[in-house]
Design a protein around this ligand. Structure first.
Ligand SMILES: [Zn+2]
Length: 78
């Protein structure tokens, strides 16, 4: 019997979820270690900001290298 790859329901649900997420504002984070970018929903960033002191930046963990990611919004695109 030949094996066949199929999308299961959870994968299809994930696609729809991603669509809905686009209604939220996404903030781009860039890893200071590997330079890759990841987008984080605005409300998650707000949640992270809650614990920060004055002048501190929101930092997330890079999903690619476990390094430190910071907001990339100040970086100009070419
Ligand atoms: Zn990284």
């Amino acid at each position: 019997m030949a094996k066949k790859k199929e999308l299961d329901d959870s994968e299809i649900d994930a696609l729809f979820d991603f669509d809905e997420m686009e209604e939220d504002e996404m903030i781009t984070f860039r890893c200071i270690d590997c330079g890759r970018e990841d987008e984080v929903p605005d409300f998650v960033v707000d949640d992270f900001s809650f614990d920060l002191g004055e002048g501190e930046e929101v930092e997330t963990v890079c999903p690619f290298c476990n390094g430190t990611m910071r907001k990339a919004r100040d970086v100009q695109r070419d």
